[in-house]
Design a protein around this ligand. Structure first.
Ligand code: ADP
Ligand code: MG
Length: 405
């Protein structure tokens, strides 16, 4: 939609945000003065406004990037360009999987806003999982999302000139730096961004002293820094996925960039694994716990199966690269990707336990000693995955290790 709005950056508020949506003619003109506006974001990085016409019940979302990030009271400048990246990534994803992302109605890179479909009838997957809910459509949807967005952005599909253009378009240095520091560096050294209780000190020091582990992390980090294989979501944890019974929507791709193909699924699997651990505390009734945990493991398996099947189909049906016709090339690409999934997942499990940004799944365990017990398990499993990634050849092995953790 092309409309003219004033385009000098200023943070919006519940009044000025109306000026952004009015020209879009989304709402009936007669009710334009009665719109109900609520800021619903958590305010760390972005403003998220929910705007509703109480008569027609039509609603939309305006997300605006703030020029800084706030974490534990500190603030540091952060590029507004991430709003452009987010709306570009949503549009790109909509090219192959329109049913799995929110519709974008309008975007303005000066104002750093994306106006999009309201998904308030969905819940954030992390929240649903902590409450012990299960979602039968999830695995197929995330596998389909990851395979399509990977294949259509890769050199297996794109002309090399277009691929390089896209790598430029999705160059995202400031948000990548956050991942480089908070996922791949700080948790593995005695850094002041780390955050863990004293009771974990010994376990953390074991990680910091483990040279074999650190050598593997160095490789994974180098791969993240250098391997522009496919367009990634960049932050595909369970807080970036909206779900309801029969629908899945992947939101918040402000970390999108070109990186190694296994990165997104690794984050998805690591967050499911952390939830799996936390269910030992959250799901009190054994039968229910059993069924939630088996759902989580099945989701991991089915996501990977859907990913590989979909990727194979696209590879054979849509690729113009002559090497895709050579036997074994696809299998070796998928096996490399799989090993990195395991390694990256290990890094994510560790950083979510001792780094700056934690997950509510573990942090919300009521009893402190139980919380510590499962955090230790998360560190052990994360370390094992990183150090043994090359031994993993099938998704069943990953399921077994999570089940046995
Ligand atoms: P941030 O990057 O600041 O975390 P998100 O895109 O994750 O921003 O959005 C923050 C919260 O705002 C989400 O957890 C969700 O509750 C709400 N939200 C975001 N996008 C939508 C949407 N399209 N529909 C409804 N709620 C949304
Ligand atoms: Mg975000």
């Amino acid at each position: 939609m092309s409309v003219k709005v004033k385009s000098v950056y200023e943070p919006l508020n519940e009044l000025t945000v109306i000026d952004v949506v009015k020209p879009l003619n989304f709402f009936d003109e007669s009710t334009a003065n009665d719109l109900i506006v609520k800021e619903i974001g958590d305010g760390n990085l972005n403003l998220v406004f929910h705007i509703e016409d109480p008569l027609s019940k039509k609603a939309l979302i305006v997300k605006q990037a703030l020029p800084y990030a706030k974490v534990v009271g500190e603030s540091w400048p952060l590029t507004l360009d991430r709003a452009r990246i987010e709306s570009d990534a949503l549009s790109q994803e909509a090219g192959s999987v329109p049913h799995l992302v929110p519709k974008v109605y309008y975007s303005d890179s000066q104002l750093a806003v994306t106006v999009m479909e309201d998904l308030s009838d969905h819940v954030i997957l992390r929240k649903g999982l902590i409450e012990g809910k299960t979602y039968q459509q999830l695995a197929e949807d995330i596998g389909t999302f990851a395979a399509n967005t990977a294949f259509y952005s890769s050199d297996f599909y794109l002309h090399p000139f277009d691929k390089k253009e896209q790598v430029k378009q999705f160059s995202n240095p400031e948000l990548c730096k956050i991942t480089e520091d908070l996922v791949f560096t700080d948790p593995f050294f005695n850094h002041d961004t780390n955050d863990f209780p004293d009771e974990l000190q010994k376990d953390v020091e074991k990680i910091w002293a483990d040279q074999d582990l650190l050598r593997e992390v160095a490789q994974l980090r180098f791969s993240f820094l250098t391997r522009a294989e496919v367009l990634l979501h960049g932050d595909l944890h369970t807080g970036s996925i909206f779900v309801k019974e029969d629908s899945t929507k992947v939101i918040d791709p402000e970390f999108a960039f070109y990186g190694p193909a296994g990165f997104d699924l690794a984050h998805f699997f690591a967050n499911l694994a952390l939830n799996h651990l936390s269910q030992n505390a959250h799901a009190k009734e054994p039968f229910h716990r059993e069924s939630v945990q088996s759902f989580l493991l099945q989701t991991i398996e089915k996501t990977w199966e859907t990913y590989t099947e979909t990727f194979k189909e696209l590879w054979h049906g849509k690729s113009s690269d002559p090497f895709t016709k050579i036997e074994g090339v696809l299998e070796s690409f998928l096996q490399n990707t799989f090993q990195e999934v395991i390694g990256f997942a290990g890094c994510e499990m560790i950083r979510r336990t001792i780094g700056l940004a934690h997950v509510a799944d573990l942090d919300s365990i009521e009893q402190k000693d139980i919380e510590l017990f499962y955090k230790k398990k998360a560190l052990e499993l994360g370390s094992y995955l990183i150090k043994n990634q090359r031994k993993f050849t099938s998704i069943t092995q990953l399921k077994d290790w999570i089940r046995g953790a």
